[in-house]
Ligand binder design. Structure first.
Ligand SMILES: C[S@@+](CC[C@H](N)C(=O)[O-])C[C@H]1O[C@@H](n2cnc3c(N)ncnc32)[C@H](O)[C@@H]1O
Length: 172
């Protein structure tokens, strides 16, 4: 068991065969919830959130949440309103997807990549490696993003994370 409980509001409108959240649940590494009401509060990974995730959100800092929550749905339906989940909402800074569906795309991570990126930023690299180990391409996510993940994890707050992100956006 990792430091963070991983929870997924499971919408079920994406190809179930390719769904990374379902696979995590099969290995009992994440819990799926079929309604918003049934989803427990936590750090909600929301690409529309104003504030970027930073180490300041971690449990070690006295922050309230020891759960990460993702919304597993198709990117077609991932609109701002869909993220009506309880907790503190955080976006992930610049990271590149390594999964075969969206390889090389910045910011549009799949659920296991979003969890793994968040865990690395929060200093939980072992748990990130554990969940990625279930995917053939999983380690590629850490390789592609090695430098930004290390730098984000060294930041003290979201302002610093956003400043680091600028270095990568400039190269886009
Ligand atoms: C839209 S779903 C797509 C899931 C895909 N069907 C799969 O098999 O994993 C991906 C979820 O990961 C999280 N996520 C992805 N990229 C993110 C980002 N840049 N910032 C915050 N959360 C992100 C969000 O919870 C988002 O809803």
């Amino acid at each position: 068991m990792g430091t963070y409980g991983l929870h997924v509001r499971y919408e079920g409108d994406d190809d179930p065969k390719k769904c990374s959240a379902r696979k995590l649940a099969r290995f009992e590494l994440a819990e799926l919830h079929n309604s918003t009401r049934a989803t427990p509060p936590g750090i909600v990974l929301n690409p529309f959130a104003e504030q970027a995730l930073s180490p300041a959100d971690g449990v070690g800092t006295g922050a309230r949440h020891d759960r990460l929550v993702a919304l597993d749905c198709s990117w077609e339906t991932a609109e701002r309103e869909a993220f009506d989940l309880e907790g503190i909402h955080r976006s992930l800074p610049f990271l590149v997807a390594a999964n075969p569906v969206n390889y090389g795309t910045a910011f549009q991570l799949n659920t296991v990549e979003a969890f793994a990126g968040a865990l690395c930023i929060l200093g939980e690299r072992d748990q990130a490696e554990e969940i990625l180990s279930k995917f053939t391409w999983g380690h590629t996510f850490l390789e592609l993003n090695e430098e930004p993940l290390r730098r984000y994890a060294e930041c003290s707050d979201s302002t610093e994370v956003v400043a680091v992100q600028e270095d990568y956006l400039a190269d886009e």
